[in-house]
Design a protein around this ligand. Sequence first.
Ligand code: NAD
Ligand code: MG
Length: 390
Amino acid sequence: MRRITVLGATGSIGDSTLDLIDRDRDAWQVVALTGGRNVALLAARARGFGAALAVTADPARLGELRELLAGSGVEAAAGPAALVEAAERPADVTVSAIVGAAGLAPGFRALAQGGRLALANKESLVAAGPLLMAEAARHGASILPVDSEHSAVFQALAGEDIATVERIVITASGGPFRNWPAERLATATVAEAAAHPRWSMGQRISIDSASLFNKALELIEAREFFGVAPEQVEVVVHPQSIIHALVGFVDGAMMAHLGAPDMRHAIGYALNWPVRRPLPVRRLDLVALGALAFEAPDPLRFPALRLARAVMATGGLAGAAFNAAKEVALDGFIAQRLRFPDMAAVVEATLDRLSADRGLTIAPSRLDDVLAMDHLARQTAGAIVQASRT
Ligand code: NAD
Ligand code: MG
């Protein structure tokens, strides 16, 4: 039996992860499950999977969680420090599936165990890629990608020398607004933005997919994960979401990874690696698919990719500022304080202001440096959101 902890066990990736564990109960012992505010679901899952510990991020809900777990033998805890403690409990595999920068510290701390971090929380790599990779190396831990595109790249690289890689191409569905004219984007509602055409995901990443901010984060994630130069990572729009990524080599060959859009593939691969085990994902019918389409992303309607390129060129703390500003802008859109196109404008204005006032190019030496920039960028972006309303 392998011990597993799922950080973000009540979300979309948490669902898919627990579905796989449920199908293979004899293989796994659940150590800790964590969640946000939905303590009823967290408690039900902790009971159902016989977890030793359940942690809610919200300290105000500890009493409720305790009541729900009474008599179950599952320990209850709450708050950000308890999340980190959950990540530090000995486990062979930790799935990092909290959404946003809140996932950074718990995932980072889990690496000290020297085990495996199955990383869905791409925000960690965007904000603190070099620190995270160095921490993994220091403890002999492995980080396995759970993002579908990065899992695809990882699989296409199996047995290859990274020095022979010319380019990495990650695909984007283009989201629900792929064919919307620019004027119409200003009228986009939260429900329209969250309705992803191909993938069923949490609300935040779905809206980020509509704005291509998700792909912007993934460009940076790919660069950090695979250690290639920014110009070696490309994005192509592929509306069918069948090819998840391609790797081009110095001899001109390209290896593509194809599969049905189902996160259980990438999660299962990360859990089972280095072996492949049967997974309950739909098999492709190539004849039914007929053709695969590709197009270039439109930089005018979707500025996020351009911003990601600027962030990679700046380096240092720019990724932490970018992610934090994006989270604040997304909050503003969800709260209907910002229109859809305003999100990119807020992120760009935040980066401009911070690079004028602060050294965004300074490389962080500790996690606290990243968290301090995260905090500062949230304040700056928040002030810009406020000002944009009046
Ligand atoms: P989600 O919103 O469905 O779930 C997020 C989880 O994090 C929940 O358990 C929630 O309770 C918890 N959470 C939220 N705020 C928290 C906080 N402040 N502190 C602690 N826990 C908190 O999100 P998701 O779609 O499952 O995405 C999770 C992560 O995986 C994100 O980083 C996302 O980018 C990444 N990812 C998701 C998918 C997908 O298909 N859903 C694909 C690739 C990558
Ligand atoms: Mg992805």
